[in-house]
Design a protein around this ligand. Structure first.
Ligand code: 3PY
Length: 259
């Protein structure tokens, strides 16, 4: 079976990814084509952001295929933890699903169920196109085994999410607790980077580790990502497509002007 993020997470100490907010396979491929393979420390996943990005479900198939065939795993962040939204992302070839705002173990268990076929879960059956984003996978192999490798990720980014995090981490079939630091600060009504915010982040990391789950966090640049991997995070998103484009162009403008 092909390399998926789920297997990469167990074979590499840290998995690096980036955030795709633009519905452009060209952008995804341009970045991934320049990256070394994940086994050499390169990018192993792309977060396809259909919650806050400009991406809709009609873009999933093309994006998932582009990312999958560049040797990385497309993880779709659906707008909400609804069964039909998760099903559409999986049927279009997502290697993993991320849902926003997980507040409880019940929320997490529902997401796991939506990602797995019966008898484990309730995912509806119709994978005509899903295998295409897994290079070399035949349809019957997707049905039989690849779907078991779907990465299930929930975001912890609220006060109830933090208060219930040990119970959430214990949910069977859940793979990753992913911190959205911006929402976490806003939902908890605490200062981003302040003591309560950092204590919540540490608690989520500790809960994931104690339960044998992976811990991940959104980062706002390479320095932020380095700090988080040193803290013990297994999976970090380095930055977003648009932040890098904007920063890069302004840096070049400053150079062009001799600033
Ligand atoms: C957050 O920081 O709230 C996220 O979900 C990442 O965009």
């Amino acid at each position: 079976s092909p390399v998926t993020l789920r297997s990469a997470l167990s074979s590499t100490p840290v998995s690096y990814g980036f955030w795709l907010t633009l519905p452009s396979a060209g952008v995804a491929r341009t970045i991934l084509r320049r990256s070394p393979q994940f086994t050499e420390g390169g990018l192993s996943w792309v977060l396809v952001d259909a919650e806050h990005g400009l991406i809709g479900d009609s873009h999933y198939y093309e994006l998932n295929n582009a990312i999958g065939h560049e040797g990385a795993s497309p993880i779709v962040r659906v707008p909400w933890s609804e069964e039909w939204m998760i099903k559409r992302a999986l049927d279009a070839g997502a290697h993993g699903i991320m849902t926003p705002m997980c507040h409880s173990a019940e929320d997490a268990a529902k997401v796991v169920s939506y990602c797995k076929y019966p008898p484990v879960g309730s995912r509806g059956f119709g994978p005509m196109f899903a295998p295409h984003a897994f290079p070399g996978v035949k349809p019957e192999d997707y049905n039989e085994k690849t779907h078991n490798d779907i990465l299930v990720v929930v975001q912890i980014e609220s006060r109830p999410g933090v208060e219930n995090v040990e119970k959430i981490a214990a949910v069977e079939g859940l793979d990753v607790l992913f911190i959205g630091p911006f929402d976490l600060a806003k939902q908890m009504r605490v200062t981003h980077g302040g003591q309560e915010h950092e204590a919540a982040i540490q608690r989520i990391l500790d809960a994931a580790r104690a339960a044998g789950k992976k811990a991940a966090i959104f980062c706002s640049g390479g320095d932020d990502a380095l700090r988080r991997t040193q803290q013990g995070f297994d999976m970090v998103s380095i930055n977003t497509d648009v932040a890098v484009f904007g920063d890069g162009m302004l840096r070049e403008l400053a150079l062009a002007k001799g600033d």
